[in-house]
Design a protein around this ligand. Sequence first.
Ligand code: GBH
Length: 469
Amino acid sequence: MVQLPTTFTWGAATASFQIEGDRAGRGETVWDAFCRVPGAVSDGTDGDVTCDHVHRYAEDVRILSDLGVDAYRFSVAWARVQPTGRGDFSADGLGFYDRLVDELLGAGIEPWLTLYHWDLPLELQHLGGWASRRTVDAYVEYALGVQDALGDRVKRWATHNEPWCAAWLGYGAGIHAPGVRDHALATRATHHLLLSHGRAVAAMREVDPDAAYGIVLNLDHGRAVDGEQVTLDAVRHRDGVRNRVWLDALAGRGYPADTVELLHPHLDGAVAEGDMEQIATPVDFIGLNYYNDALLEAADGRTPTADLLQPGLELVRDADPGEGATAMGWPVTPSGFTDIIRRTLTEYPELGPLYVTENGSAWDDDATPAEDGVIEDTPRVGYLHAHLEALAAARAEGLDVRGYFAWSLLDNFEWALGLSKRFGLVRVDFETQQRTVKRSWQAYRDAIAADKASASSTDAAAPGTTPTE
Ligand code: GBH
């Protein structure tokens, strides 16, 4: 276990499939196949080119450098470095990440590497994907191969990004690749994703005990709309599948009994002797991705087991007072941000410190810049400021949150919504590949600079406060 710095880390995040392009330079992934299913991606786009980042990474690192971030969170495309997910590694594929890491370090930016952000090599899906235990072995081999190539320079590793999404949107709801709708398979995927995390951390730590290892979860509190027992039960069920299954297992408490009851019999036979101990391999940090909280109401006549995605619940979309909804239709709920940071660190202190590894919003931005060449994105600036304030509130409470990564550096491929939803601090014209900074990029740059100035100007400043103008 390493000590992570107590100074606050400011960063921006992306993910391989969403920005890289260069389809020819890698093996097929489940997302390539999913994009070819008619109707799977709403605008019919795919990951073939997206932001063409593989060829434009130097420019993108310059944008990061101008932004003033300490760190950049990116993911490695498994199929770029190991085209079929097993066997030989690709020198060309590894070469790209090698150059990227060097470019970042040259700019004084720390690389934060995520090993898996949903782009499973397609061949592994043919063998069962995350529903199969064999993928766990393949993943550990892959993790060690990436570490072997980059571990001399990369010291911050996240195993998985939002494994709930990989398992439940990919194998349960079927709205993400591989498009499977089967709760038994989603349950098995849950277990295998966790197991692959623990085994990879243990194996990688043996190679490099001085690096930090963690996992990134999407957590939200889920607030009950009323105090009725039926509502509270349903909220607790959802909380089990979304939050506690992951957190409890990682913290070494096993799967929560009430959730096991829900997942049973799907989990039966999947958990082998010693698995839970391996999943509980100690982590150096927990990553939290936060977009919005959910307000929940018990649904008439729905039983928890009928839909493990939203167990017995309806979603009531309700933003914080004075806030609305983003272009994704997600309510703007900064209050839930402070809440989930507090809850995670209070109920699971052994998983901390906490880094916010993603936070951001999609809006229908103007395509044409203002007179000064900057894209006006007032609502994104508002979202950013509201969430930086909620973050400052958490820091002021003394909660051990040590970093924040904005999602996303660039407009990119937003999964089932393709190129139609823009989350970037920087606009990307997908025809010309031109990058244009938005007002939110400037606002984030200024917030980072202000925080750094206040941190260095006087040690007497209240600890953990972030000026948010
Ligand atoms: C993240 O996922 C991803 O890591 C990133 O790749 C992606 O581009 C980004 O966010 C924006 O989507 O059941 O209706 O309450 C987002 C994770 C988890 C956010 C589920 C919305 C609530 C859906 N999502 N969440 S609902």
